[in-house]
Design a protein around this ligand. Structure first.
Ligand SMILES: [Mn+2]
Length: 265
């Protein structure tokens, strides 16, 4: 019986399955995924389909890419409503048309929504894989059900799994330009330097450990950091798997919370 954590799969579905195989994941284990399931990699659809039907011993946590994907779907549905398009939720061509309408509007009206489908994931799902608006709405609802973080007592510590960073009290950090949700989703070095959990452990992703100059840079290995004052152990387990073609240091990591053992693919 083990508790395993992975993060930032980014459509690397094959590596994800290979990791499940490697750790011998079974019904008696628990798997916690720290977000960013899609974008950049080639198998976002396979990942989304897996998440739809994943077993109850899998806990999905929200990442910033997932959040943006859900926001993009909202945007499409708002355009559908605003313009009275009455798109057929079951027809792929209506989804494609709505997507193109939104792209046209953003361009024509020069709206500052630069992030709309920034990675082209939605375009590919609609045009290459024939998905429908109904599929998108299902995934949006799935994402909106995911918590921003997940806590579990393990090995005498409270372990918090979060995408970017965890903080118990934002006021203590002195940060005034962010809110809690943003911190959970997007924190980078501030997650380690200002955040944490007293007598706990924080396991995050979001900042690939292959990025030189980042606080958590560790040549594509899991980054571990201990804050004595807080008695908090930090892990960054995003080892940049999706960038491995460009950077051979990139890999998928998985940590078992009970003994902090790390696995790589
Ligand atoms: Mn991220």
């Amino acid at each position: 019986m083990g508790t395993y954590v992975m993060s930032d799969i980014h459509g690397c579905y094959d590596e994800f399955l290979a990791m499940l195989e490697k750790i011998g994941f079974s019904q008696s284990d628990q798997l916690i995924l720290a977000g960013d399931y899609i974008d950049r990699g080639t198998k976002s659809l396979e990942m989304l389909r897996w998440m739809e039907t994943c077993p109850s011993n899998v806990q999905l946590v929200r990442g910033n890419h997932d959040e943006e994907f859900a926001a993009n779907i909202d945007l499409m549905m708002n355009v559908d409503k605003e313009y009275g398009l009455e798109s057929n939720l079951d027809a792929n061509e209506d989804g494609v048309a709505l997507y193109q309408t939104l792209q046209y509007l953003l361009k024509a009206k020069k709206l500052p929504v630069w992030f709309f489908d920034y990675y082209g994931t939605m375009k590919s799902l609609l045009e290459d894989f024939n998905i429908t608006l109904k599929d998108l709405l299902k995934w949006r609802d799935l994402i909106r059900k995911m918590p921003y973080y997940y806590e579990k007592e393990t090995g005498g510590r409270t372990c918090v799994v979060v995408h970017g960073g965890y903080v118990e009290n934002l006021e203590e950090t002195g940060l005034t330009d962010t809110n809690l949700e943003e911190f959970y989703l997007n924190a980078r070095s501030e997650g380690y330097l200002l955040g944490g959990k007293r007598h706990g452990m924080v396991i995050a992703g979001h900042t690939p450990t292959i990025v030189e100059g980042e606080f958590t840079y560790n040549k594509g290995k899991v980054f571990r950091y201990y804050d004595e004052k807080k008695d908090c152990i930090f892990y960054d387990i995003d080892c940049g798997c999706v960038s491995r073609q460009l950077n051979p240091d990139g890999r998928l990591a998985c940590i078992r919370l009970e003994d902090e053992k790390i696995f790589y693919i």
